[in-house]
Design a protein around this ligand. Sequence first.
Ligand SMILES: *[C@@H]1O[C@H](CO)[C@@H](O)[C@H](O)[C@H]1NC(C)=O
Ligand SMILES: *[C@@H]1O[C@H](CO)[C@@H](O)[C@H](O)[C@H]1NC(C)=O
Ligand SMILES: *[C@@H]1O[C@H](CO)[C@@H](O)[C@H](O)[C@H]1NC(C)=O
Length: 337
Amino acid sequence: MATSHSPTSLLYIYLAFSLSFTSLASTQLSLSSIASDQIKFWSENVANKMPESIFNKLSPLTTRDRDYYTKMISENNFSENPNFCSLAKLSCSSEFDDFKAVKQAYAVTKVYNNNGALPFQSNKVDKFSYFRLSILREGSMLHLSDLEEKIPNRSFLPQELASKISISRKDIRKLFPKSYALSKNSMETTLSYCNAEAIKGEIKICPKSLEEMIRFSKLALGKTKLLALASQSTRTGDLLIKNIKRFDRQKIVACHEVYLPFTAYFCHSISSSRIYAVDLVEHDTRLPVSTVIAICHMNTSAWPKNHVAFKILKFSPGEGEACHWMSNIDLAWIADD
Ligand SMILES: *[C@@H]1O[C@H](CO)[C@@H](O)[C@H](O)[C@H]1NC(C)=O
Ligand SMILES: *[C@@H]1O[C@H](CO)[C@@H](O)[C@H](O)[C@H]1NC(C)=O
Ligand SMILES: *[C@@H]1O[C@H](CO)[C@@H](O)[C@H](O)[C@H]1NC(C)=O
């Protein structure tokens, strides 16, 4: 097992994030007052740069709009309307009902099924979606699958507004009736995962704002300063591993984006797992391609026997570790140690 503790890969993450961040920031003429608050909150609590995927979700609302709509929700006088949805950059009435994409977003790690349903099974199992730890070796070739999961682009709500909404069928149907009617299956999936009991030994939450996600992660990790790890968007294919950085932490919080009209995540604490940042380069030119994040679940004994990972890796629960890449809509949090 070759793990490197070379600081270069981490530096690469910082550099890559900060480069994309500055180029984005310069194309963005000005940030809204809420987006500025969200960036400030990030920098007070997170040691590394905001990944592009999060930057794209900052709220375009002004403080005035936020106060206006927060008041309307508080006074029970709010229902989705096109004006609010476009001001806040939400995806109301988007007719997004890609039930499969929403299910798959969970299937990459542990499946939270509160109704005894089987984990997501497909006839077209991607045999590269799970791998053993031994694949993570500097200088080795690997096949990278498509890490992109498609969920409509939309923004975070400001935390004050989000705090007035509960992730319950009652609230979502009341506040977003048209969206709910159009995307019922996807929203119901989100609701069922968010309202399921936590698996023993884990804690979970569905944060409705960036600040809530960060606060939960600080609490779960017992730390005041965090690192956020996200795979860079990348291409698929056969690539060479240039560098591997293992983050030596006992605790990880994994967050997967879920579908609601506003940005929301499903976050849970995971144990007995390892997390790596893997720098990939072109096989022939050795030019950098991207840094992707791998999570290895070292104890699979509690996983269901029919989990797709066992089909691919050809062993039974508890007989080995199962690793997978983090997709473009996932985010992992660890202590900044
Ligand atoms: C609800 O909000 C509208 C403005 O959007 C306002 O005209 C109306 O008086 C409000 N109703 C209540 C009951 O507060
Ligand atoms: C979301 O936004 C990103 C970055 O702006 C863009 O590359 C991507 O195509 C968009 N996705 C959708 C589904 O609109
Ligand atoms: C693996 O997990 C099972 C069940 O979750 C637990 O009983 C067992 O002690 C764990 N094994 C190790 C080595 O931690």
